[in-house]
Design a protein around this ligand. Structure first.
Ligand SMILES: Cc1cc2nc3c(=O)[nH]c(=O)nc-3n(C[C@H](O)[C@H](O)[C@H](O)COP(=O)(O)O)c2cc1C
Length: 180
């Protein structure tokens, strides 16, 4: 079926190579605005978006995440960057209450599709959770302006893709049933 919205959804991929081109502030604004317009259980809107474009902060989150991964004995490539050198990152956090992760999932996909509509690409990054395993008890929530009572869920890295849009990964068969 030909439809611009369906095309965007079908063309979105997790992108793991970005150019250094900065993401325009206005585009970032609309991406998080679209995140906020996702549905939430009982309209709680119990989430928090930290939009980061400061290169030193992105580098610090990467450093802390790699440190946490090291401490947990998780394997990674020597030149691994948790955000694949994307120039913009949204740290999504939520209050620890019912459906908050599902709410964040809705916001994430809204942001990913909005980014795609604006000519950008994204990757959802759950590995940032490992930064809480870093050694030196850095006050990460304060550093990332995560409010009291909220916990980081996952990040979205955003940028201009370096290279082609990959072919879609095959979707698992048998995951859909219709009852007619
Ligand atoms: C909750 C969640 C966490 C993810 N965490 C990571 C991650 O830490 N690093 C990464 O490269 N991709 C991550 N991904 C991307 C998935 O690997 C990707 O969506 C999946 O392989 C399907 O590929 P596609 O998004 O291109 O369709 C994550 C996706 C989701 C939904």
């Amino acid at each position: 079926m030909k439809n611009p919205m369906i095309d965007l959804i079908m063309d979105r991929r997790s992108i793991r190579a970005f150019t250094s081109q900065a993401v325009e502030e206005e585009k970032l604004h609309w991406i998080v605005e679209c995140g906020q317009y996702a549905p939430t259980s009982r309209n709680k809107q119990n989430w928090h978006f930290t939009v980061i474009t400061r290169p030193e902060m992105i580098a610090e989150i990467n450093r802390l995440t790699l440190e946490g991964m090291d401490r947990l004995g998780l394997k990674k490539e020597p030149d691994f960057h948790v955000f694949y050198h994307a120039p913009a990152v949204v740290i999504l956090s939520s209050a620890l209450e019912g459906f908050s992760e599902l709410n964040c999932g809705c916001a994430m996909e809204n942001m990913a599709i909005a980014a795609k509509a604006l000519g950008l690409d994204t990757c959802i990054v759950g590995q940032t959770r490992f930064m809480y395993h870093q050694a030196n008890a850095v006050d990460i929530n304060r550093m990332l302006k995560i409010p009291e009572g909220f916990e980081h869920d996952a990040a979205l890295c955003i940028g201009y893709r370096d290279g082609e849009n990959p072919e879609p990964k095959p979707r698992r068969e048998g995951a859909i049933d219709f009852i007619r």
